[in-house]
Design a protein around this ligand. Sequence first.
Ligand code: PLP
Length: 536
Amino acid sequence: MDIEGFRKAGYQAVDRICDYYYSLEKRPVLPPVQPGFLSKSIPDQAPEEGEEWVRIEDDYQNVIMPGITHWQHPNFYAYFPCNASFEGALADLHCAAISNPGFNWSCSPSVTELEILMMDWIAKMLGFNDDFLSTSSSGKGGGIILGSASEVTLTVAIAARERAISDLSRHFPPPNDDMRANGHSQGGEEERSPDQANARLADWRGKLTSKLVMYGTTQTHSVGAKAALILGLNFRALEVKAEDAYALRGETLKRAIEEDKAEGRLPFLLVASLGTTSSGAVDNLTEIAQVASLHPELWLHVDSAYAGVALSLPEEREASHLDAINGSFDSFSTNLHKWGLVQFDCSPLLVRDRGNLSRALTVTPEFLRTKEGDSGSVLDLRNLQIPLGRRFRSLKVWFVLRSYGLQGFRDHLRRTMSLSRVFESCLIQEPDFEIVAPPRWAMVVFRLNPASNGSGGGDVNGRSKTNEGLEKLNRELWEELEKRKSELLLTQTVLPEVGFCIRFVVGSPQTRENHVRQAWNVVYECGRKVLEGNGL
Ligand code: PLP
């Protein structure tokens, strides 16, 4: 395709995208396709000769689109939203045009500098204090935009592990022959080869690492356990209770730390949640910070993949323990690509001390050295992350925040939260349904619980209304809702002490009150069908 061909094809693609948005509501949210459907329409190898663009673009519409789940559909209430904005789409288009991996400042100075500036915009928008800014008085704050909360958690775990090993090495010094490992033997009574010295060093690191314990809760997203799995670290999921709305309490953390230390282990990282996936639970960050103040070796990270953007609302900050984060936490991340109007992917990670990332992640072979990097006058973002190359994600943040303004951004959050309240009030008015966790932001978790509103008693299908009975009813409700997936999409989950239940999350800029009421009608109809089927 040449430049003029691109101009023509580009205009056509934009036209089709606009038509797509006009037609969204009429499309099935989940496509009615079966596994393997695509192999019937796509050859099993690339064509030998290039094809006409018109055919390719048409095939995208006719072959690929029928298998797309419409996350931007007004009736998408599943998982968490994955917002799209036209501003973000245009940023992605521009990024695609200048495609570059931006790992060093000199790879594209604007790419690095815009990211540093956008991280400060984000930190200020969310109400973080000076410590988390690149302009902090310590000169150490700031952060980086990564691709996912998983990548963030892994990166944080690597940095926390290095910090912990460095702290531990004061009490358990490394074998002092690492100089020889580098070929600088000073002689001495027991000469070792570099290989032997490296093996001793690896053994020493392995022993210290095996003492480290990383904490989350039973409600922490699997990103915590996955980071531990990848790094070969111990992960301990602390218990949380329904009566605490699934929040980690300070007392539970304190007990765990004491137990682990008594057993000779070193708790080094807590992945706390501000908005869990299953119920939107908020760990008690204030209590956690108090406990952690006695254990400064514990790195405190807040995973707020979904809810973090709500800190841009002043009215949300107190309930979200922002003071505790500002006062005591080491790192924080949210996914702007969920509820924050920025296209996938965009996971800013804010840290109080960038040095913890760069000390753990800097490896500079000759070919990556630059004059500016060597002089220390620039920040090379590759040193704060796992991959070398990186996407130019800050452009979409810049486009979105400028075009919406902070007011527009907050309006989007408040509007979708108020739509969630509409669904919540429908649930409250219907005694056969029960809200099973405190509704948070734009999320409500509910289940069928016939005519009791959660107080127990009653009968399910002739049996006493046991957990088992409720489990059966709600799994049946889920089956009914599965049949309606072209009309609306929800997600199921399991909560401790509750069991099987259903999540409803609003976040699409496309959703209006009539959609939410229509969604409630479907849920209600499915609920009635299940109850009647069970003679209730
Ligand atoms: N943390 C929480 C609280 C989440 O809800 C999610 C995903 O929904 C994640 C982490 C994982 O996000 P990612 O896909 O960016 O790794």
